[in-house]
Design a protein around this ligand. Structure first.
Ligand SMILES: NC(=O)c1ccc[n+]([C@@H]2O[C@H](COP(=O)([O-])OP(=O)(O)OC[C@H]3O[C@@H](n4cnc5c(N)ncnc54)[C@H](O)[C@@H]3O)[C@@H](O)[C@H]2O)c1
Length: 289
């Protein structure tokens, strides 16, 4: 990380947020606008994106809605081109759009896997492919935030197997990107956002599932788990999207890679890593024969 990340938010700066019509993405877009950045509100749901952009403009901010399916590489390229046409630059990119299915692995269909990977994994890859060259060529400081999840650190989470797999991948890609940008001192910071329960519509992801991938067939058990997770969003451990956005902007300003939102998840992460560390060969055993 370089100090250069400090001035990527504010007047004259441009932030692009995917999945910005709802939840965390919307809160990010509003927080960037409040801080003076112009914002591209990008989402599969063009009408909702326009409503968010209109709200930002009504509060005195600068925002443009763009309808985009992040699973479509050409569409994300068009998003980048339209952003340059409208605002002339990109200072912050938030690859935030994400969806989940809910079922045990044995009940997830290939179409379930495909949809979750198309949006959560390929959406991030497309964002990086389309925007990193632009941000690099600007030669000015920039920042990229990829939204993973605490599932990206816990790795295996029952009922959301495909989702967890994509979020592990998003953590990995973010770590690689951070290392690689540092190799040639590119002044672009990277952060990976790993939230636990946040009060959004992610439990209703299916609303954006392409018709050709069919509908989700949750078992009764999976549906009750989905409802229990949904309830936790508004319980004592749930956070508001605005709180997550505030933490994210702070991480960008202070150049933090990890954005961890829920202290209560610490024991679960420790338990996972303790299990890994426990099997490291010790002493003489560590030297291959
Ligand atoms: N809410 C949580 O508890 C939580 C926890 C961990 C991680 N996350 C992650 O946060 C991110 C934002 O989700 P959220 O919780 O705000 O949910 P949300 O459903 O409220 O918002 C997600 C937005 O992404 C958009 N979207 C879906 N598919 C898209 C596509 N193909 N192209 C473009 N946009 C698309 C949706 O239309 C929606 O506006 C996701 O990556 C999610 O996995 C959420």
């Amino acid at each position: 990380m370089t100090d250069a990340s400090h001035d990527v938010i504010g007047a004259g700066r441009v932030a692009v947020v995917t999945g910005a019509a709802s939840g965390i993405g919307r809160a990010l877009a509003e927080a960037f606008a409040d801080a003076g950045s112009a914002v591209v509100v990008a989402d599969l749901d063009g009408a909702e994106a326009e409503a968010v952009a209109a709200g930002i403009r009504a509060s005195g901010g600068e925002a443009e809605a763009m309808a985009v399916n992040v699973a479509d590489a050409a569409a994300v390229d068009r998003l980048a081109a339209s952003t340059l046409e409208r605002f002339g630059r990109v200072d912050v990119l938030c690859n935030n759009a994400g969806v989940s299915t809910f079922n045990l692995l044995r009940d997830q269909t290939l179409d379930d896997w495909r949809w979750v990977f198309d949006v959560n994994l390929w959406g991030v890859v497309h964002g990086l492919q389309s925007f990193v060259p632009i941000m690099r060529s600007q030669g000015t400081p920039g920042h990229i935030v990829n939204t993973a999840s605490i599932a990206g650190l816990l790795s295996g989470v029952a009922f959301i197997g495909p989702y967890s797999a994509t979020k592990v991948a998003v953590v990995s890609i973010s770590e690689t990107l951070s290392q690689e940008l540092a190799i040639d001192q590119t002044p672009i910071g990277v952060s990976v956002l790993c939230p636990s329960s946040v009060d959004t519509r992610v439990m209703e992801s299916e609303r954006g599932r392409p018709a050709e991938l069919g509908t989700e067939q949750r078992t009764e058990m999976a549906e009750s788990v989905r409802l229990a997770i949904r309830e936790s969003f508004t319980g004592p451990t749930g956070l508001t999207p605005a709180a997550v956005a505030a933490r994210t902007l702070d991480a960008i300003r202070t150049g933090r890679f990890w954005i961890i939102t829920h202290a209560g998840e610490r024991p679960a992460v420790e338990t996972r890593f303790a299990g890994i560390l426990a099997d490291f060969p010790a002493g003489a055993e560590a030297t291959p024969a």
